[in-house]
Design a protein. Sequence first.
Length: 465
Amino acid sequence: MTPFSGTDTIIELTYLIATALFVMSLKWMSSPTTARHGVWAGEAGMLLAIIGTLLNRSIVDYKWVAIALVLGTIIGVPLGKVHMTAVPQRTALSHAFGACCVTLVGTAEFYLRAPAVPKFMMSVLSMEVILGSLTFTGSLMAAGKLQEILPQRPITFKGQNIVNLGMLLIAVGIAVFLVFHPDHTYLFPVMLAIPLLFGVMMIIPIGGADMPTVISLLNAYAGLSASAMGFVLDSKLLIVAGALDGASGLILSVNMSKAMNRSFSNVLFGGFGQEQIAKAGKETRSVRSATPEEAAEILSVASKVVIIPGYGMAVAQAQHKVRELYDNLTKRGIDVKFAIHPVAGRMPGHMNVLLAEADIPYDKLLDMDEINGEFPQTDVALVIGANDVTNPAARTDKTSPIFGMPILDVDKAHTVMVIKRSMAAGFAGIDNPLYYLDKTLMLFGDAKGFVGSIVRELSGGGSHG
């Protein structure tokens, strides 16, 4: 065994520090107050990982690395400048790019080593390629749904689950066969192609309301495939970083499924989000609406207000106007808090990030368990673009696809005001009985414009301008 050179020692030390920074990054990002430190730690860790890799000339061709850096910059800079509403699909694209990389590396390693691939190496290589390829196409499908390029509603057919599971079992069966017979190289493209198709088939039956959970689950798959690639490339850093990514994504997915009172199998195979057209069409109900002037008057005499943000706020980029509303109400001595549902928006933590961007105090952002007990003492619950997470049908309607899902108890407030563009169903595709309660006032319009009008009324500036 040859002793480590000075460069090898530097590389190992760099990787060790990078690993520690990745661990601390996850730790710090678990709290809003330390989240910025977490981001910086993650960025520093990745920079050190890249530097350590560049120092190892035995695995690096600097010409191709330079080309990759240029291409990555050309693609990455525009992706980093997307609006907050597009971050979920940008995240899905990041998963797709990472998974594509893993799949390509695994494919190259197989053909470099074939036909004499050791059993353990073939095992982790197969795992890498299967997880990577299904994550690649699955992430592209998820991004397409979130961007509304593809249909957001579930697309299902009879026997779909059996077909999907059958495809996956065939891919796994081929992988097992190749572990013992790696010389049958013609089977490798088949093992690669089936998960690519499975990734598409996995996402099409999933409705938009489940996308936050799907995004975190795809994150877990991408991390696990990267960890497997670490074994293939004999990279301890990749093994640890991929395991951290995979484990955190899996834990987040479990927590989000619990928040919706649903199992993984139900998320992946339940076809959640199919619009209840027939039921919705059985009756026509009227709603009460209000103007910005009326809404401002109701808010001005309240003692306690809870604001419930949702995807509508994100689409309208209304978070800064919401901050103005918060400032105006608190100056009047009104107690204002924000109710955050775990799956509000299109990605985990979507609402927290938006409100933090507008400098809403962290201690005013309360999760579902913390805020639900306060709704009966709340004078006004102001819902801004949230639909499914405030739907009381989850408690009472056993036929509803969201039955049993924990929701924000908005309907228990004294007065409910809902800012919404129209009476269209939310991402789950179902009607919301909250809108038809006598205590509910519908505030129809763009969230940014309507909140701005309320702020002007509260400031005494009128509703025009």
